[in-house]
Design a protein around this ligand. Structure first.
Ligand SMILES: Nc1nc2c(ncn2[C@@H]2O[C@H](COP(=O)(O)OP(=O)(O)OP(=O)(O)O)[C@@H](O)[C@H]2O)c(=O)[nH]1
Ligand SMILES: [Zn+2]
Length: 365
């Protein structure tokens, strides 16, 4: 093989390039066999780009919204719906995609798989999954400069998602906890860095106390009272120390994997009375977009094969067990209940099956 050939571009690279294009507000061409669709993420598109896209499609473009958003509009669908967007302004498209007071469209059809693939790409880009789409047969030259992505790559991400390497491990002294080791792992689809904080000196050949924590900028960093994440992070580390040592994996998956922009939009709807899950649905999002391949890869790279998981979330337990890492026990991890986070906790218990101890359940009735 030519040592200096950089001709190979993996599916993960192709996906990440497409993700970057969407975030720059540019269309991407999704190819599936002979079918080719240009797709544009409304969340990042400037009104002028939307208008240019509509003109390039000769006003035959459609607006895709997910099944969750369609449900909020009173429409039941399995893959989401495509709404003919002839004559639809940018503002009208945005209203139909995200606004609380939007009315159901007069005309719509069940979406093609290519459109839900486009929404999947938007979610990877941490954008709201409302997409402007058009078939480009006969008008391909108008989208010549756009990045092309084979849809098959999107269903071929399993290997890339769990491909991580440890890049560095170093000592960090923590307030009230003493020294911890911060190990940085790089990889996954987006080649992002994920962190494992090793507290104390746990024996990895025995069941290890592990907390898998999802990033929450508002709670972890700023002490937001709207959730219990900050408390869970600090109590979680203290609990690991009390358990004789353990590992906290800090996953970069803000807003249950939806990103800080979507999370703040959802907060806006929560201020109008919606709970966390209904607010996300109005934005076209599922209740939880998190994935645990990174955590599983990190546990394996650390040589951990059985854990006591510090969590109240049954989905995390199921994900770790399904990957062949034994969950031999569970340790609850709570924060302080406040007037501001009470509804958030109630929703976790009633809609996401989070396990709370009886005392806490009584407090959240
Ligand atoms: N979409 C969305 N995400 C939120 C909201 N509030 C907090 N989050 C995110 O939720 C994640 C924490 O998830 P939780 O469901 O609170 O708890 P968990 O991690 O599943 O469960 P535990 O292991 O028991 O803590 C973090 O990524 C937060 O950024 C919200 O209102 N909307
Ligand atoms: Zn939080």
């Amino acid at each position: 093989m030519d040592r200096f050939s950089f001709r190979v571009c993996t599916p993960a690279m192709e996906i990440e390039r497409a993700v970057a294009e969407l975030r720059f507000g540019r269309p991407v061409i999704l190819e599936s066999g002979k079918e080719k669709h240009a797709v544009l993420a409304l969340d990042c598109a400037a009104p002028e780009t939307y208008d240019a896209f509509a003109a390039a499609s000769e006003d035959r473009h459609a607006l895709f919204v997910t099944a969750q958003r369609a449900h909020c509009l009173g429409i039941s669908s399995s893959l989401g719906i495509a709404v003919p967007a002839e004559g639809m302004s940018f503002d009208a498209a945005a209203r139909l995609s995200y606004a609380l007071d939007a009315k159901a469209p007069g005309e719509w059809r069940e979406a093609d798989p290519a459109m839900s693939a486009a929404a999947e790409l938007a979610r990877m880009a941490l954008l709201l999954p409302a997409m402007v789409c058009t078939e480009i047969k006969g008008i391909e030259d108008r989208f010549e400069a756009c990045h092309r992505l084979d849809c098959a790559h999107l269903s071929d991400t399993r290997h890339a998602r769990q491909d991580f390497t440890e890049v560095v491990r170093t000592r960090v002294p923590l307030k009230d906890l003493g020294d911890a080791q911060f190990a940085v792992f790089r990889g996954g689809l987006a080649q992002k860095d994920q962190i494992a904080i090793i507290v104390g000196d746990p024996d990895f050949s025995r069941p290890v106390s592990v907390r898998i924590h999802s990033s929450c900028l508002t709670g972890d960093l700023c002490g937001s009272l709207k959730c219990d994440c900050g408390d869970q992070l600090r109590n979680g580390l203290a609990n690991l120390r009390a358990a004789g040592g353990g590992v906290l994996i800090y996953l970069d998956q803000e807003g249950r994997g939806t990103g800080i922009g979507s999370k703040m939009r959802a907060y806006g709807y929560q201020h109008q009375g919606l709970d966390t899950i209904d607010a996300d649905a109005e934005l076209g999002l599922e209740p939880d977009h998190r994935r645990y391949e990174a955590a599983i890869a990190i546990l394996r790279l650390l040589g951990i094969s059985s854990v006591v998981l510090h969590t109240n979330n049954p989905t995390k337990i199921a994900a770790i067990n399904a990957a062949g890492i034994k969950v031999v026990g569970r340790m609850p991890t709570h924060g302080k209940i406040t007037a501001e986070n009470l509804n958030y906790l109630r929703t976790k218990a009633s809609k996401a099956d989070h396990i709370f101890d009886p005392e806490m359940l009584a407090a959240t009735k």
